[in-house]
Design a protein around this ligand. Sequence first.
Ligand code: ADP
Length: 283
Amino acid sequence: SNTRYLKVRISAIGDDRYAMFIGDMSEQRRFEAMRRDFMTNVSHELKTPAGAISLLAETIGDAADDPDAVRYFAGRVSKESTRLTELVHRLIDLQKAQDATGVLDAKRLSVLAVARNAIAENQVQADGRHIELDLSFEGKPVPTVAPEADGAEESAGTDTDSPDVHVSCDEEAITTAVKNLIENAIHYSPEHTTVRIAVATKDDGSKVAIRVIDQGIGIPPESIDRIFERFYRVDPARSRQTGGTGLGLAITKHCVADCGGTVSVWSHEGEGSTFTIELPTVK
Ligand code: ADP
């Protein structure tokens, strides 16, 4: 029926429009297919922990007179429900980042303050895995905690005299983007390694690169083009084990795009990965 419709269009409006029309149709179909895939993924990802929770709850009922078994299964219920909650939060983040274009609250922000806040949000997980988080600016080490920030969360809008670089972004979007990259670097690295967060200006200061460099497992070449897709994981089992949802990088990509920047990756299996966010700077 599509073919017949197209023929009618040709006779009505001519060849140029015909080409455009086909383009639109396939674009529309591609979009529909992506939406269907996404919904299939979402339902699958939600069903897995939800199904586990109901099974585990039944098992607890059956094991009522064995306190050790009850404790064990209750622990697993708790883990699966955490997973479910994490997934729902991530879906909301993704929705926000995807819909944000143009309605973001762009402010002049200190990149080092953004990096420090993103580091602070990952410090507990890093300590738990004996991973050191190092921050540098223009190749020189800088403290991960601002001297004047006495415990309170640092506002990325604050100005100090120390060397820094500024961008115009939505604070939540850019912090989420950097936070997700650091979180992955920790998840996909062995214990007792270092994750470096290197901030450096380029192109005469008109741009800034925020690099998150790990000494982790790396990404196989055949997967590197796909890791920013929603729900794509190189190793789904490992990702689930570390609490991954497969949405982190998709969220990062949208957040960075909302700030007018790009994100790219370099990786070597077994050596590590470097994710780079590039943003235009402001004075
Ligand atoms: P997840 O929640 O699974 O970590 P992401 O969207 O954040 O989802 O990442 C997608 C996939 O990319 C991960 O499952 C992992 O296979 C790979 N990946 C992301 N960051 C790294 C990294 N720093 N080192 C190795 N692999 C990574």
